[in-house]
Design a protein around this ligand. Structure first.
Ligand code: SF4
Ligand code: SF4
Length: 175
């Protein structure tokens, strides 16, 4: 695969330019009853895999700087283990319950950029929250998470390239 563009300003500009294309794609997929969710997800996974492999997140870390990280109790236990601190102390220092509950979540990591980011590396990588492990997530249910992914394309090079790839290869879905 050719080297992929990862400059964040350029990605944000391209995502804005292509937003209408992505919205049309979302509309077409949402109303395509002939294409199952399983078939669409397999198609997207095949496009995403080489893109995920080609982009080095340790040279970016933009998501760790700008996104909210929502937590579950298991995440806090794992962080406490990694930090070798009592769970109660980690909860008090790092978990914001009120802000999370406003959006129906259990907890939210305090601070942005993430307090565990060191340069462009995660200081708790093996103990990081589940949300961080999954991001950016395209499947299952690509058809139904595409709305959020279109917003995410402006801040994550992986998301932008995967949506571009799916858009460019859409014709193959109808053959
Ligand atoms: S997931 Fe996206 S925003 Fe996060 S570090 Fe990787 S390329 Fe950057
Ligand atoms: S815990 Fe690690 S992976 Fe998650 S946002 Fe913070 S620095 Fe990034």
């Amino acid at each position: 695969m050719q080297p992929l563009l990862t400059d964040l300003n350029a990605i944000a500009a391209l995502a804005a330019q292509r937003r209408d294309d992505f919205e049309v794609m979302r509309y077409q997929l949402q109303y395509n009853d002939d294409l199952t969710d399983t078939a669409l997800d397999a198609f997207v996974d095949a496009i995403a895999a080489p893109i995920v492999a080609a982009i080095d997140c340790t040279q970016c870390a933009h998501c760790c700087r700008v996104l909210d990280v929502y937590l579950m109790p298991d995440d806090v236990s794992r962080l406490a283990s990694g930090l070798q601190q009592p769970t109660q102390a980690v909860t008090k220092r790092y978990v914001h319950h009120q802000a999370a509950q406003q959006v129906g979540e259990w907890g939210k990591l305090r601070g942005k950029p993430c307090p565990f980011l060191r340069g462009k590396l995660c200081n708790v990588y093996t103990h990081r929250p589940q949300t961080c492990r999954l991001y950016p997530q395209f499947t299952p249910d690509f058809r139904w998470v595409l709305d959020d992914l279109i917003d995410g394309a402006a801040l994550c090079p992986i998301i932008y390239h995967v949506l571009s790839g799916v858009h460019e290869q859409m014709d193959a879905l109808y053959q």
